[in-house]
Design a binder for this molecule. Structure first.
Ligand SMILES: [Zn+2]
Length: 57
């Protein structure tokens, strides 16, 4: 079985776990890794958390 993976929308690296967030006003949902998620979520009034995506269920 092939391991599913998604790429982080910011750093373009594949990760087994990504966070589904909005970080721009009127923006689309994006998947970001933990490292990129921290600066996007802090002090951001447009930040919305939409769940965690995992390669393994
Ligand atoms: Zn990233």
């Amino acid at each position: 079985m092939r391991l599913r993976s998604k790429k982080c929308a910011i750093c373009q690296q594949p990760f087994p776990v990504l966070f589904r967030i909005k970080h721009e006003k009127e923006g689309d949902w994006v998947f970001v890794c933990r490292q990129c998620w921290q600066p996007l979520s802090q002090n951001n009034p447009d930040y919305v958390y939409g769940g965690t995506w995992k390669a393994k269920k």
